[in-house]
Unconditional design. Structure first.
Length: 319
């Protein structure tokens, strides 16, 4: 299904809940796997469904490996069909059952807003992890900006950074996208509700926005050519900025107990009940080292060391 508003266009795939395309002011924002329309990949039982359809952004309910229910990687919200409840040219509402309840998504665009707005309502019968999973392509590297209290690294397939380590804040040595082939994973824990990515070749800055009291961690997944096996076949320059409530790279069961992320003083699972979780992805022309982000009633203000940048934004989105 195509959603559009002045200056912004998105495509949503109800067959798996992925949003494989987001174009803002003519510029592609999200990355989708080049194999997602390959008929041979679509029926390959050795590839998880979420990976066969890997596209743009999706939600994980739960995040990662589900060793509690023995469910699919990233949960049914990322692997199975959704039912559309309501749709207009610039917005849709859809729902589906997940392992521990029901999830309902509202995805919306607004004229002249360089933003993808998403709100997910979860009605949970048991504790569950949750994450957004947007993916971006860097043709020639990039640099992250964020101000977490701590950065955690985990064991990874082909690490670039030190494994199983903790850093105060977000050290400069972790901010640049690696040049070398690697498959790595970081968690930025307990910071304000934004992360910025300056993409060098694309000459833009991508912002992910969340309520930090709901999603207290941002997982950074780096996939830069170290996966030689099909369907990846050495794909380079991919980064996921995954705003989440989870135990980093640990599995679902770990998130229901004390873990490295809870040691930082934040929760790693949503409790039973209703949760309404807002999220947004914005694009700003030019590469910027963002220092702070402040939402207003009708705008979003970002400050760097040298300038102030303002874009249109629906200030009620996070209320």
């Amino acid at each position: 299904m195509i959603l559009s508003a002045q200056g912004v266009r998105a495509e949503w795939d109800g067959g798996c809940g992925h949003l494989p395309s987001l174009v803002i002011d003519g510029a592609p924002v999200l990355w989708s796997a080049p194999w997602r329309d390959d008929p041979a990949i679509a029926v390959d039982p050795d590839i998880p469904p979420v990976e066969r359809s890997l596209g743009g952004t999706f939600t994980c309910t739960p995040f990662g490996h589900d060793d509690v229910n023995n469910g699919p990687l990233h949960g049914l919200s990322a692997n199975a069909p959704w039912r559309i409840i309501r749709a207009v040219p610039s917005a849709l509402t859809a729902t589906r059952h997940v392992a521990h309840g029901q999830i309902t998504a509202r995805i919306a665009l607004r004229d002249c807003h360089p933003v993808l707005y998403q709100t997910h309502m979860l009605d949970l019968t048991a504790p569950c992890t949750f994450a957004h999973h947007p993916m971006f392509h860097l043709a020639d590297g990039g640099r992250l900006s964020a101000t977490p209290q701590a950065t955690l690294t985990f064991a990874a397939e082909a690490p670039f950074h030190p494994q199983n380590s903790r850093f105060d804040g977000f050290p400069d040595s972790l901010r640049d996208y690696p040049d070398a082939p690697c498959e790595d994973f970081l968690s930025l824990v307990d910071g304000p509700g934004w992360t910025a990515l300056a993409r060098h070749a694309e000459n833009d800055t991508i912002l992910t926005l969340r309520r930090a009291d709901q999603l207290p961690a941002t997982n950074i997944w780096i996939s830069n050519g170290a996966r030689a096996q099909p369907p990846w076949s050495g794909v380079r320059g991919i980064i996921g900025i995954e705003d989440a409530i989870c135990a980093g790279a640990e599995r679902f069961a770990a998130a229901l107990n004390a873990n490295r992320v809870t040691e930082e003083g934040v929760a790693t699972a949503l409790l039973p009940g209703r949760h309404v979780i807002a999220h947004a992805i914005a694009r700003i022309p030019g590469c910027h080292d963002i220092r702070s982000v402040t939402p207003g009633s009708d705008s979003l203000t970002m400050r760097t060391a040298a300038e102030t940048i303002t874009i249109p934004f629906d200030g009620t989105h996070f209320q």
